[in-house]
Design a protein around this ligand. Structure first.
Ligand code: TRP
Length: 347
């Protein structure tokens, strides 16, 4: 009997997806939501997905310990509030799965110093602080990311455009290992969604919206008061014209608002252009703020609920780590065996 095309495939036959997000703040921002979480939720339906909070990567940034714990738990809560179903897709904390750092060490011994030194994200960060200001963790960061991915034999990795080079390194390491030993790792493909990949800063629409932006007014934090967010939209930088058209080059601010409104309202840019013909920038800003708030109000509520039931959330993460370890430990044992590490005798 042929299966209906909609029937979900059994887990083992579905392509595998893995992605991790750094807990860099209490609240995730609009770029995280559109660039990552929406993709994660969409992919979990027909993929075997694993989603994690990469607290080990976040150690490259100095943060108070209590703040760190709060951010990790908060990030996990926000994944679930955004629609990740932890029964479908294990949600886990990277440091709960020790295989990540174990595989990373093996991979560091297979990465050329020069290759690691060519990673542009590291170069940019080191250029800002000087090499004495940048820690070695920042240098090896992409190798830990490769370990994250290869442990799970991921077919697809949803990431932002800025992670493309790290994905290339990961693919390289997988291929190098496979040809030096024997086929062991799935060579992953990046899954980069162009249209939502670049949500820009509201104050400087030529740079990507991110936590490190120069002004907090350019950043929409999902857990912020809706009034604060509406105000940020109202004061978004546009340009001196008055006509609403989609032109990334000459009207990056308006293009960004249109992209955000389109993503949150589910309406095509073309449709929005018709709708807003003859209207002003102010109308577009109000409509965008309303559309965003309509989606994130229930998100905020659900996040707070989850954080209010801390024990249950911790149980979800413990189950997530168990399921993640089930896969990760199998890969790591294979790797240890193939490279010739002596297995401990079991008595
Ligand atoms: N470096 C990624 C980022 O900053 C986060 C990350 C860590 C990640 N490990 C990963 C993403 C594994 C995908 C897969 O966005």
């Amino acid at each position: 009997m042929a299966e209906s095309p909609q029937a979900p495939r059994p887990p083992a036959e579905r392509p595998r997806v893995l992605s991790l997000m750094q807990p860099t703040a209490d609240s995730l921002h609009l770029g995280n939501y559109l660039g990552a979480l929406q993709q994660w939720v969409a992919l979990q339906a027909d993929h075997e997905a694993f989603y994690g909070v990469c607290d080990l990567h976040a150690l490259t940034i100095e943060v108070e310990p209590a703040e760190r714990r709060r951010r990790s738990l908060g990030a996990a809560a926000q994944f679930i509030a955004a629609g990740v179903d932890p029964d479908e897709a294990p949600v886990f904390i990277q440091s709960h799965v020790p295989e990540h750092t174990e595989l990373m060490w093996v991979l560091t011994t297979m990465t050329g110093f020069g290759q690691a030194a060519r990673m542009t994200q590291f170069k940019d960060k080191a250029a800002r602080t000087g090499t004495d200001g940048a820690n070695v963790g920042l240098f090896t960061y992409p190798i830990l990311m490769a370990a994250d991915i290869l442990l799970y034999q991921a077919d697809k990795v949803p990431v932002g455009e800025d992670q493309r080079q790290h994905l290339e390194l990961t693919r390289d390491l997988a291929q190098r290992f496979n040809s030096r030993f024997s086929p062991t790792f799935t060579v992953p493909e990046p899954h980069i969604v162009k249209s939502v990949g670049r949500i820009m800063d509201l104050q400087d629409p030529t740079v990507k919206m991110s936590k490190s932006a120069s002004s907090p007014n350019g950043l929409i934090e999902l857990l912020d008061d809706p009034k604060v967010n509406a105000k940020k939209f109202r004061s978004a930088v546009t340009d001196s014209g008055r006509e609403i058209s989609y032109d990334e080059e000459n009207k990056p601010g308006i293009a960004n608002l249109l992209s955000i409104l389109s993503a949150f309202s589910g309406r095509e840019i073309e449709t929005l252009l018709d709708e807003f013909s003859g209207k002003g920038y102010g109308d577009l800003k109000v409509a965008t703020a309303d559309a965003v708030n309509a989606v994130i109000a229930p998100f905020r509520e659900r996040t707070n609920e989850l954080l209010g039931e801390k024990t249950e959330l911790e149980d979800i993460l413990a189950r997530g780590a168990d399921r993640a370890r089930g896969v990760a430990s199998r890969t790591l044992s294979k790797v240890y065996r193939k490279i010739g590490l002596l297995p401990p005798a079991r008595r």
